[in-house]
Write a protein that binds this ligand. Structure first.
Ligand code: ZN
Ligand code: ZN
Length: 106
């Protein structure tokens, strides 16, 4: 269970609605709000976005500089990256469980 679900919502809730996601580039955690659809790594400054695997539904982070496809970090499927990102259809940080790999995978 996520720790922030146990906390009482209040004026200071913002500080608790943050997950620490691992950067797909440098593997360092950065604080990311649950509703974010992208963030910039605090360590290497890579811009990171979130994708959901079309095969297994695994939510993962990938560097935004990847433009065509990535390899799912869980099932290994090739996943296409959408050209446009709309906030409403983008994967949010909430529930992201890992990171994807380059396609083809090295
Ligand atoms: Zn990084
Ligand atoms: Zn998958």
């Amino acid at each position: 269970m996520r720790a922030n679900l146990l906390q009482v919502w209040g004026p200071l809730a913002d500080a608790s609605v943050v997950a620490y996601l691992t950067c797909p580039d440098c593997m360092m955690p950065s604080p990311v709000g649950d509703d974010a659809i992208a963030y910039r790594c605090h360590s290497c400054f890579t811009e990171v976005v979130f994708e959901s695997c079309g095969g297994c539904g695994f939510r993962q982070s990938i560097p935004s500089r990847w433009h065509t496809a990535y390899t799912c970090g869980k099932c290994g499927a090739k996943c296409l990256i959408p050209r446009r990102r709309l906030y409403s259809t983008s994967t949010k940080a909430f529930g992201v469980q890992g990171y994807g790999h380059t396609y083809p995978k090295f």
